[in-house]
Design a protein around this ligand. Structure first.
Ligand code: NAD
Length: 507
């Protein structure tokens, strides 16, 4: 049974620098996943709201793109300072709607803040190039200009960081952003919108459009929206990519993952077990860079499984906000529906012959019995044709696969349909070097389990983990959010003109 808090407020859209709750909107419930309570309702956009949001963003774009570089930079720095001062508030908001522990919520803000800091230095990344005298008296140069109104559609699992992969870069480059956050945790986007207003961003440059498929389709189908940056599950990423491309938009669509960690027999198994537990169960496994499969090159599997199981027994699972000043290691899953889906994958693994070493299916968090909790789960001996191995589960479920060699591990990783992240644990530099060369994955860790690149590199996977050509942030981000003009100019030297033409110019 779902409990609804009394006097639940409705969260609206952020249009023209104000919250807007239209009368008679369709709504969706927003939960605190730790308690299972409905804490707020969310207004879902209809066609009229979508149109109003895009119109406002267009006006915002006209004003913002005419600002000088120096003036734009002042606003970005102000946003960065406010975020730095007030990020505790944002972390608490994330935990209350997503469920992740507070330190993890803070971690995602700090990773997003890196991109804000990168964007503060945008003049260097949006400069054009100049070739003097390409032909006699002819110069060729390029200018980078913003696209216009750009759409960002984000998933539930990083309500602050994922939007921050895109909007600081898009705004710095002179675009107006419409963010469509996940309907499951929409408040972080509204908090960020208020912060932008406080930092001095003009109206219409940062708009939040709340909603579901209707809002997404509205952005995809409107010719005034120039580009789409999407992050979410693979089937939706593919749909977004195809639909946006069909409509002539620039698109980057980041999808799901199934990340493998390859452990060679020379690795330090205590380090591996620590990292596998952090990377497998942190944020309850709801990270696109979570490790979900450990490929153990024999003879280490038994020892490693024992070490991981011992560490699992020490994990504290509970309300991410903590109780009595103690923060747990892991919070709940996002919804009851998702919890049941994760449980169904463990059922499949068991039916397919997997050995459930640690079983989280019947886990209950003390004092939070109505929350959407699922205990850390460890599976051994899972057949590789089981759907529990081939699908992304997106929960606290770690699978160990026993293999005979390095080559077998690389072949397994490369045979998968995803290519987001992977890691190798070894003390052999030559093996690590071969791994990075041969593995068909976009982000690689060497003795690092979650290799999310820093802001001045770029984030993105291969295969079904990224549809499109441009990764997020870094140089890729600035290329995505600008378009280039090449100018070929000829100016005749005054000395070659008739003297009457350059009267007053004393050469
Ligand atoms: P999701 O695909 O269900 O939703 C993502 C966004 O798409 C949301 O804003 C949602 O409202 C919208 N959406 C959902 N269904 C839609 C539909 N039928 N048509 C149009 N829009 C629709 O993803 P999620 O459950 O919010 O997030 C988890 C997924 O995101 C996982 O698969 C995870 O791996 C992936 N993810 C990937 C990355 C990455 O960098 N590759 C990062 C974070 C999350």
């Amino acid at each position: 049974m779902t409990v609804t808090a009394t006097a639940v407020r409705t969260i609206g859209h952020w249009i023209d620098a104000a919250e807007h709750v239209p009368d008679g909107s369709r709504t969706a419930d927003v939960f605190n996943p730790a308690t299972g309570t409905v804490t707020t309702r969310l207004a879902l956009a209809d066609d009229a709201v979508i149109d109003r949001a895009i119109e406002s963003a267009q006006r915002g774009f006209e004003q913002w793109s005419a600002y000088s570089i120096a003036r734009r930079q002042t606003v970005l720095f102000a946003f960065r300072e406010l975020l730095n001062e007030r990020r505790d508030e944002l972390a608490a908001l994330i935990t209350s709607e997503h469920g992740k522990v507070l330190s993890d919520a803070m971690g995602e803000i700090m990773r997003g803040q890196e991109v804000v800091e990168l964007a503060c230095g945008f003049p260097h990344l949006t400069k054009g190039e100049f070739s003097e005298n390409a032909s006699t008296g002819v110069d060729v140069y390029s200018i980078k200009q913003p696209l216009g109104v750009v759409g960002i559609i984000s998933p539930f699992n990083f309500p602050a960081m994922v939007p921050m992969w895109f909007f600081p870069v898009a705004i710095a480059a002179g675009n107006a952003v419409i963010l469509k956050p996940s309907e499951k945790d929409p408040s972080a986007a509204m908090w960020i919108a208020r912060l932008w207003a406080e930092a001095g961003l003009p109206e219409g440059v940062f708009t939040v459009l709340q909603g579901d498929k209707a809002a997404v389709d509205g952005l995809l189908n409107d010719p005034r929206v120039q580009s789409i940056s999407f992050v979410g599950s693979t089937p939706i990423a593919q749909y977004i990519y195809e639909q946006a491309s069909r409509n002539g938009k620039r698109v980057q669509a980041l999808g799901g993952a199934k990340n493998h960690m390859l452990v060679l027999p020379d690795a330090d198994l205590d380090l591996v077990a620590d990292q596998a537990v952090n990377a497998g169960y942190g944020a309850a496994g709801e990270r696109c860079m979570a490790v979900s499969v450990v490929l153990a090159v024999e003879p280490v599997a038994d020892e490693l499984i024992e070490k991981i199981a011992t560490r699992i027994s020490r994990l504290r699972v509970g309300d991410g906000a903590g109780a009595d000043g103690v923060e747990p290691d892991m919070g709940p899953l996002i919804t009851q529906e998702h919890r049941d889906r994760v449980a169904s994958y463990v059922d499949i693994a068991e039916a397919d012959g997997g050995r459930i070493v640690v079983d989280g299916r019947r886990f209950e968090a003390e004092g939070c019995e109505s929350g959407f909790f699922f205990g850390p789960t460890l599976i051994d001996d899972l057949p590789l044709d089981s759907q529990a191995y081939t699908d992304e589960i997106f929960g606290p479920v770690l699978q160990v696969v026993r293999i005979g060699s390095f080559q077998e591990g690389v072949a397994l990783i490369n045979s998968g349909r995803f290519g987001n992240g992977t890691a190798i644990f070894t003390n052999d530099g030559g093996a690590a070097r071969r791994f990075q060369h041969e593995v068909q994955v976009g982000m690689i860790g060497i003795n690092v389990p979650i290799p999310v690149p820093v802001a001045y590199h770029s984030f993105g996977g291969w295969k079904q983990s990224l549809f499109g050509d441009a990764k997020a942030y870094g140089v890729h981000g600035f290329e995505f959010f600008t378009r280039e003009k090449a100018v070929t100019a000829r100016w005749i030297d005054p000395s070659r003109r008739a003297s009457s033409e350059h009267a007053g110019i004393n050469l």
